[in-house]
Design a protein around this ligand. Structure first.
Ligand SMILES: [Zn+2]
Ligand SMILES: [Zn+2]
Ligand SMILES: [Zn+2]
Length: 152
């Protein structure tokens, strides 16, 4: 019973978080004078539900292929420009993630699991440049995969 209750609490927690993300994105778009069309709203709702970095094609699938990929990509770019989505490149594929702050991701080369990692770069400390951007590719083997391999 305890486990079931905890699971429900976690679900409620995620629902509230998703709602907050969605509200933030919509408010920000409105402030920038961008119309919230029905398609745009669906895309935003789908983004708010993503727990890990996602690609345009991942969104395309989770939207049931109802919105064409070009429209999805255009909206991702727009949200990225407004600072609501961060973008990163992995294996030549561009993925996006929603966050209140810039950070990085580490991927397991065995199972593809993704986890968030804090950024330790002191961008403010770099003098003589402006609008500095950076990509960081972190790869490794997660503890679960390591256990499987050691067990063999
Ligand atoms: Zn793994
Ligand atoms: Zn993250
Ligand atoms: Zn960083």
């Amino acid at each position: 019973m305890q486990i079931i209750c905890n699971k429900i609490l976690v679900l409620i927690f995620f629902k509230v978080m998703d709602q907050k993300k969605k509200d933030k994105m919509i408010t920000r778009l409105k402030e920038s004078g961008i119309k919230i069309t029905r398609q745009r709203k669906s895309i935003i709702e789908s983004i708010a539900m993503q727990k890990r970095p996602f690609t345009a094609s991942k969104l395309f699938l989770s939207l049931g292929k109802n919105i064409d990929i070009v429209t999805i990509y255009r909206n991702l770019k727009l949200l990225n420009r407004l600072g609501l989505l961060f973008s990163e490149s992995y294996n030549g594929q561009q993925s996006f993630y929603y966050s209140d702050n810039h950070h990085h991701h580490i991927r397991c080369i065995k199972c593809g699991r993704v986890d968030c990692v804090q950024c330790f770069l002191d961008i403010e400390g770099i003098k003589g440049y402006s609008e500095i951007r950076h990509d960081l590719v972190l790869k490794g083997i997660c503890d679960d995969c390591k256990k499987t391999y050691e067990g063999n």
